[in-house]
Design a protein around this ligand. Structure first.
Ligand SMILES: Cc1ncc(C[n+]2csc(CCOP(=O)(O)OP(=O)(O)O)c2C)c(N)n1
Ligand code: SF4
Ligand SMILES: [Mg+2]
Length: 467
């Protein structure tokens, strides 16, 4: 009986609880999955592996692999893997990508990651086609190959020759290991198995970037049965994409310790910022803020001052900006989450506290505030606000208060004062003020006047707003 690889889930509960995959009979993806799952379990790295799933027929890797999983956007698995490997230096990161994904839309991401020698294993599945979308030409499509977009066969004079990614990446200085293998028959699968292990050993030992390309049959889009498709890989594809190891520096690279704790992360990322370590405090209920307005109104800075203050107070905190392409005048918002333990997601869809500096953002976000939450909006917004059930809404003249003190741009600081007066920030004022002062470190003249705006705003809120 063929046994399930230990690196897979026992049953695929994220799918339908079955033990079957979504792949067609004779597809190479299933074999490649098995090789990776086995190697991950055998090398004892499963608990610290994060797998980046692609968009393509293998989009559902997270159904199968029993390890950390992140789904990357189409073509971006190498970019996502770069981010993960940099912030999680003790983990083993795998990017899994098809030839449409890596060779077309995401080529530059993958190429630049290889050139930088990012620490992850990139498994590249070359089935000469965009399979999931119905068989369009990919950069790896064979000369003369019929696809839905090259019905008369790929004409290299018009569409270029097949892209040989291994040969390109092997020219770069940084990659430690580059090999092309095939999963078309047992002998080749055994070689592919070795390559997968080597790429993952390189990750286990912190040695650097490893790239393995798999020649992989797609019987469905090639309109062949499984056996013919496997023969096509060996007899035709290998002529264009020769198998072999293009580069292997793994023996010369020193083993680098991979048991870096999160506490060491600051050092790894380039030095301490002088802040305090977050203090676990399970009793502190996570608080979620959204600050919104036009670009240039200072909503991002307002969120940043509060996030910085939370960090100084020993809270776990995240700050997540979102803005359009416009430098000034477009919509801008940021989310701040502060908690007594690590933050799960920095995105805030349903805030406890919403601050709006313009009408579109008030209209857009008002109904997202959770019951029991609070909205603070700029009083000059010409809107009739119907508070959602259980939500407290305050209109606050931030712009007027700031303008009266000669600094109309400090309306965001006025809002900070109101938030503090309403007790919504829950951070000791000393941290908020030191964070506010520091936000003007490049323009020290503004420190004093912003302090005045802050104090005036607090006083106004004390007189006029109900806590
Ligand atoms: C940004 C974006 N563009 C296009 C698509 C449509 N799309 C989904 S899968 C895919 C191609 C997948 O081909 P490949 O990477 O070769 O994977 P395969 O299915 O062959 O394994 C495309 C173009 C998408 N999902 N997102
Ligand atoms: S369409 Fe091709 S690549 Fe996709 S699952 Fe089927 S055989 Fe595999
Ligand atoms: Mg493909």
């Amino acid at each position: 009986m063929i046994k399930r690889s230990r690196g897979f889930y026992e049953t695929f509960d994220r799918k339908d609880g079955s033990r079957t995959t979504t792949f067609c009979a004779g597809c190479g993806h299933g074999i490649i999955h098995k090789l990776i799952a086995e190697a991950m379990a055998d090398l004892g790295i499963q608990d610290r592996t994060v797998f980046v799933s692609p968009v393509g027929c293998a989009a559902f890797c997270y159904y199968y692999f029993d390890c950390g999983n992140v789904a990357g956007p189409h073509g971006r698995a190498s970019a996502v893997a770069t981010g993960l490997s940099r912030v999680l230096p003790g983990k083993v990161i795998i990017a899994y990508q098809g030839d449409g994904d890596l060779g077309a839309i995401g080529f530059n991401n993958a190429f630049q990651a290889a050139n930088r020698g990012e620490k992850f294993a990139c498994f590249f599945v070359n089935n000469t086609i965009f399979a999931m979308t119905g068989g369009q030409m990919a950069p790896t499509t064979m000369p003369g190959q019929k696809t839905t977009t090259t019905p008369y066969g790929r004409d290299v004079a018009k569409t270029g020759a097949p892209l040989r990614v291994c040969e390109v990446f092997a020219q770069l200085d940084a990659p430690v290991y580059v090999e092309r293998v095939s999963v078309a028959d047992t002998k080749r699968i055994m070689q592919a198995r070795k390559a997968v292990r080597k790429a993952l050993e390189i990750q286990r030992d912190g040695k650097g970037y490893a790239f393995v390309e798999f020649l992989s049959p797609c019987p469905t889009n090639w309109r062949m049965d499984a056996l013919k498709a496997a023969d096509y890989v060996t007899q035709e594809m290998e002529k264009v994409f020769p198998l072999g190891c293009f580069k292997d520096r793994s023996a010369e690279e020193p083993i680098r310790p991979q048991d870096i704790e999160l506490a060491d992360l600051r050092t790894v990322l380039g030095g301490s910022d002088g802040g305090v370590e977050p203090q676990p405090d399970p009793a502190f209920r996570e608080k979620r803020f959204k600050f919104s307005g036009f670009g240039g109104q200072g909503v991002l800075s307002l969120g940043l001052v509060i996030a910085e203050a939370a960090g100084r107070a020993g809270r776990y905190v995240s700050w997540f900006p979102s803005y359009g392409p416009e430098q000034r005048g477009g919509a801008a918002s940021c989310s701040v989450v502060m908690g007594g333990q690590e933050i799960g997601s920095p995105a805030v869809e349903t805030p406890d506290v919403l601050v709006c500096m313009n009408q579109p953002s008030l209209e857009r976000f008002l109904t997202t505030v959770v019951p029991g939450g609070t909205v603070l909006y700029e009083a000059s917004i010409p809107a009739e606000v119907k508070p959602p059930q259980g939500v407290t809404v305050h209109s606050f003249p931030a712009m007027r208060i700031a303008a009266e003190l000669g600094v109309p741009k400090a309306a965001n600081t006025a809002l900070l004062g109101a938030l503090m007066e309403l007790g919504l920030v829950e951070i000791p004022e000393e941290h908020v003020l030191s964070s506010l002062d520091e936000s003007f470190s490049a323009r020290p003249k503004l420190v004093e006047v912003n302090r005045k705006v802050y104090a005036a705003a607090r006083a106004w809120a004390r007189e006029n707003l109900k806590r």
